[in-house]
Design a protein. Structure first.
Length: 253
């Protein structure tokens, strides 16, 4: 055994063997005194027995006994940018681009399906809907990234093209049979406890969010947390409306 790998007890025994206690206690004829030799051997033996009998690490003992060993903080599972979400008895895959944030809603829900078919009960204004979810719950849904002019905000005047945006949303909802698919992307609820989603009416392949921006009835707001792909789509739709002078872009700045 290498000296540098010895335990403290073994080093102590080694020092005793090399000390004057062992080599200096000799009889008159020059031979080691038997009494001190016996004491030294006993101390060395005690050091080795103590070392071999040291208690094992708790986690090692638990492993040998078949007990579960607690994970350290470095090995605990954490949510990343891509994961599977179980809801309503089904597994939904969240795409990497969505980077969904799980937040608590006021009614105690912690997660929402990444894709969910709902019934639209009514339109609050151009960018807010009341829906009935697949589980029968009533929720207020806010369109992500599309901000229509205000019409019902407390202590605020009705803004230009606000009524037109509300009428357009209501018309599109009725045309598609009051059914829609909600797609989560980014944060699932805002600070007002409104569920955030891209809303696809009926079986359409483009969202109402994008449609409103394309009609010049909503501004594209890309400062919030949702995928780069959808930010680009909203921005491009708003740019087309601006170039054609539609809706809010027909107003003098």
């Amino acid at each position: 055994m290498a000296w540098k790998n010895w335990t403290g007890e073994q080093r102590l025994a080694r020092r005793i063997l090399e000390s004057k206690f062992y080599n200096g206690r000799r009889s008159k004829n020059g031979k080691p005194n038997p009494l001190y030799s016996i004491i030294t051997v006993a101390l060395v033996a005690f050091g080795f027995v103590w070392t071999c009998g040291s208690p094992k690490d708790k986690s090692e003992s638990d492993k040998e006994e078949g007990k579960p060993v607690a994970q350290s903080a470095e090995t605990e599972d954490v949510y990343g940018e891509s994961y599977s979400l179980v809801a309503d008895g089904q597994t939904y895959s969240i795409p990497e681009t969505s980077s969904t944030t799980l937040e608590t809603s006021g009614s105690g829900r912690f997660t929402v399906p990444s894709v969910e078919r709902v019934t639209i009960e009514r339109c609050v204004d151009g960018d807010t809907l009341i829906v009935i979810t697949s589980t029968g719950e009533r929720e207020r849904v806010r369109l992500i990234g599309a901000n229509t002019p205000e019409t019902v905000k407390a202590n605020s005047p009705v803004e230009p093209y606000g009524p037109e945006a509300s009428a357009y949303t209501k018309m599109r909802v009725e045309e598609t049979g009051n059914v829609a698919t909600l797609v989560a992307d980014g944060s699932t609820y805002d600070k007002y406890n409104r569920r955030l989603a891209f809303v696809y009416l009926g079986d359409e392949q483009f969202s109402l969010n994008e449609d409103l921006c394309r009609q010049g009835l909503a501004k594209a707001e890309t400062q919030y947390s949702f995928s780069k792909e959808m930010k680009l789509r909203l921005t491009q739709a708003a740019d087309v409306a601006r170039s054609e002078g539609l809706g809010i872009y027909s107003l003098a700045e």
